[in-house]
Design a protein around this ligand. Structure first.
Ligand code: NI
Length: 169
């Protein structure tokens, strides 16, 4: 396993649309292992492959609370089969937009289909933080960041702030 560099805004690669994965093989599992390690080190609760510069439709996630055992989850080629009409707000953040948090409104519940670490097809319902996180990460696969859901002014301020931090670092 290896730590990978996480891309931050305004890196143009984050706007790329990621491509579906043909097969879940050992190479892909090695990528997912690297992604998980990188996410834990950050630390974060979700990471899409494009955030380390790999344009594949792959997401890792761990929503375990502090003190709980790790619960790594892997989503390959995830699709949303259904989304609720009712929405819920959540204050989101993103490893590619460090230290910026703002409220985004998304469907409160979704039904998902994806391939897991073993390449098995899974259908699952998501609500609460899981629903927020999977929708946020799936946006990354289409080149969309959570700040793209905000007003243009807020988005521009966020990018400016991140650039400033990068310069100071
Ligand atoms: Ni993100």
């Amino acid at each position: 396993m290896a730590l990978r560099e996480i891309l931050v805004v305004p890196d143009a690669r984050l706007k790329q649309v990621s491509q579906p994965v043909a097969t879940v093989d050992d190479d892909l599992r090695a990528l997912m292992d690297d992604m998980l390690e990188t996410m834990y080190a950050a630390p974060g609760i979700g990471l899409a492959a494009i955030q380390i510069g790999v344009p594949k439709r792959v997401i890792v996630m761990d929503l375990a609370r502090e003190g709980e055992d790790r619960q790594p989850r892997y989503f390959v080629n995830p699709e949303i089969l259904w989304a609720s009409d009712d929405t819920a707000p959540y204050e989101e953040g993103c490893l590619s937009v460090p230290e910026i948090y703002d409220e985004v409104e998304r469907p409160a519940r979704v039904k998902l289909r994806y391939l897991n670490y073993k390449g098995e097809q899974i259908e699952e319902d998501a609500e609460g933080l899981f629903a927020v996180c999977i929708q946020h990460e799936m946006d990354h696969l289409d080149g969309v960041l959570f700040i793209d859901h905000l007003s243009r002014l807020k988005r521009e301020q966020a990018i400016k702030k991140v650039k400033k931090q990068a310069k100071a670092a």
